[in-house]
Each structure stands twice: as C-alpha cells, then as structure tokens.
Design a binder for this molecule. Structure first.
Ligand code: F6R
Length: 353
C-alpha cells in the first residue's frame, strides 16, 4: 500500500532510514557486536582466498560498493561480476573461491545460472537477498536477509542501500576494524532522513537542470564512481534521459567529446583522496560548456555546489550520495509525466536469461 504517497518509489526512498535502523537492530546486539550471521558463513569465508560477488543491475552496483568493505575491513581480495557475463564466460578463478550472490528478488535468472554452474564445480555460496525463501536463497549454502521490506517500484532504491549495509556488516564481522559500525549506521540513518527531507531541493535540480535534456552524465572517482553507475541507471531507466555513469578520470579518454553546451554533468564528490582531481574534471567539462551539478560531502564542499551531503564514515558515504540521485530521477520522471513505478520494457524481477 502506498499510503499517501503518489508512487511506491517515493515511499521506498523515504523508507531507507527505517531500513537502516531495522538492519542495525537485526544484526547488532546491545554492545554493538554482530549477531545473526552464523559461524558457518564466517568460517567458510575465512577459508576462502577470494570473494566473487555476482549480481545484476542495481544489485551489481551494490556489489561494487561492498567490494571495498570486504577488501578494506576484512582483508579479502574481492571481484564483482555481472551475472549474465559470468554465466557464459567464466573467468579464471582463485584456488579457494567463495561466492556471494546479491539480489533483491532472489529470482534473477542470470544469477541463478551462475549459482547452478558454481555449485556443479563444488564452490560454496552465500545469497544476500531481500526476498527470502526465493530460488537464490534456497539453493545457496547460506543466506542472509536484506530486510528492506517489499519493494514494488521497478526502480530499486531501498534494496540497494540495504544490500550495501548487509555487506558492510558482514565484512565488519569478518575483520577486526577499529570502528563502531553500529554507531556509524545510526548516524547514517539520521542523515538519510535529513537528505530525504530536502525533496524540494532535488525537485528544483530536476526541474531546472534536466528539463528538456536528452542526455546526462554522472561522474565520480573510487566509491563515487560506483555510485555514479547506480545514479545514472536510476535516472535513465525511469526518465528515459540517456545517462552515463562514469569514472571521472576516464572522461578525457574519449567521452568528453560528447559534452555540449548545457549538457548536465552531475559530479559526486565524497572521497577526500581524489576530491582535487575530481574538481579538475568538473572544471574541464565546464570549460566545454557542461552544466555542472556538484553533490559534495560537507568537508569537501565548495561554494556553488548544488547540494552538500552530511558527513559519515567515508566508506559509508555511498549510502548518502545515492539518495539525491534517486530523488532527482524521481522528480525528472514526474516532470515528464511518466509512470515512475512502471517504466516501459521493464519487469521487477528478470526471470529470463
Ligand atoms: C534497477 C533494477 C534492476 C535489478 C536487477 C537485478 O533499478 O531494479 O537493475 O537490480 O534486475 O534484480 P535482483 O536484485 O532482483 O536480482
């Protein structure tokens, strides 16, 4: 039930703060220790020499973020693969691989194909899914719930942030990092609400910067490049504005020739190490006529930025940086008079290969 919301997508965007809190309540005890992840899972992962995350679409994008947690917090080399590619072009694997399937529906045919393949090869697998008791959760050795609640809008929002949180908690449980993740996630929940309260601001950006536009770009570096892919997918899949998500440093190797007078270029700027370089890339596209819209985090913000995000642990910034993109996509689609929840040609669960 959408309640007073005009579209499920808006409701689901707003639910993200509650989902973050529910995940904390489920996966942490009073003292902030991880619970609810059986030692079968952690022992099996600790035996592995490499993690392979396999997923499609938005869930693949969540995996690109999760990779950083497994590498930086748990110290395990991690690869992220598109299920439809891995299924028919399996890369060379390490000696002791462990597979993680990410899926909202748990029914994505491409991911199921990979799970079948790797089970035949005898490798262990964990599915992290929103719909438990789905094919992917039943057929993997282990399963963990994403607890986002039913996601009805075709464009995935809360399942993305929830998948990122579950990966963060799992990596945290595997590693030994000097961080109070429970406290950090409490902050994340508060700041997600603060951002979703700024809807007017994102409506204004959509109305002013995307009106009449046929194409757009999202750029970023590092984790922001991962979020740029998801931000671009959200905008293009529902508004039909052709949008590319791009690693900012790669623009100069070709794509920058697409920049025309007025082309909207959104820059996500939340990673300190590369903020200076990204500012340079914003200036380069602006010099070629782009309309640059910078979404930065508080300590990296400069005058003229379109939106300043509150700050949490830098590795958790994707959980905040994606929210403006979800809302900008929503309002751009609304302004075009399109059905936000049901974009053409798409199904909520892709059960064909
Ligand atoms: C985009 C979207 C899709 C799904 C993809 C995988 O908003 O929802 O890209 O993420 O089809 O689906 P699941 O996560 O159900 O495996």
């Amino acid at each position: 039930d959408k309640g007073t919301y005009p579209y499920y997508m808006l409701k689901e965007v707003d639910e993200q703060a509650v989902v973050a809190r529910n995940l904390s309540a489920h996966y942490f005890d009073e003292e902030g220790n991880v619970q609810g992840i059986g030692c079968g899972i952690t022992d099996s992962i600790k035996e592995a020499d490499r993690l392979y995350i396999v997923a499609a679409g938005t869930s693949y994008h969540a995996g690109l973020v999760g990779k950083r947690y497994f590498e930086q917090w748990a110290g395990i080399p991690t690869e992220v693969h598109i299920a439809s590619e891995f299924a028919y072009d399996q890369p060379m694997l390490s000696k002791k691989p462990f597979f993680i399937f990410l899926s909202q529906s748990g029914e994505t045919a491409d991911s199921r194909e990979v799970l079948d393949n790797i089970k035949r090869q005898g490798f262990p697998a964990l599915t992290i899914a929103n719909v438990m008791n789905s094919t992917l959760t039943r057929e993997a050795d282990f399963a963990l719930p994403v607890l986002a609640g039913p996601e009805i809008a075709v464009a995935s929002t809360k399942a993305y942030t929830a998948q990122i949180i579950v990966q963060a908690i799992l990596a945290y449980a595997l590693g030994d990092v000097d961080l109070d993740l429970k406290a950090e996630l409490a902050k994340v929940a508060v700041e997600i609400s603060a951002i979703t309260d700024d809807k007017d601001c994102f409506k204004k950006i959509a109305d002013e910067d995307l009106k009449g536009q046929k194409s757009a770009f999202y750029i970023g570096r590092g984790l922001d490049a991962a979020v740029a892919l998801e931000a671009a997918l959200k905008l293009k899949e529902i508004s039909y504005i052709q949008t590319e998500g791009f690693a900012a440093g790669e623009l100069k190797h070709g794509t920058i020739s697409l920049i025309e007078d007025g082309t909207p270029v959104f820059a996500l700027l939340t990673q300190a190490k590369t903020a200076g370089l990204l500012r340079g890339e914003v200036a380069q596209v602006a010099a070629r006529g782009a309309n640059t819209i910078v979404i930065s985090s508080k300590s990296l913000a400069k005058e003229g930025d379109a939106y300043v995000l509150p700050e949490v642990n830098e590795l958790l910034m994707p959980l905040l940086a994606v929210i403006p993109a979800q809302l900008i996509a929503y309002y751009a689609t609304l302004a075009r008079g399109l059905d936000v929840d049901r974009p053409r040609n798409l199904a909520k669960s892709v059960t064909v290969q």
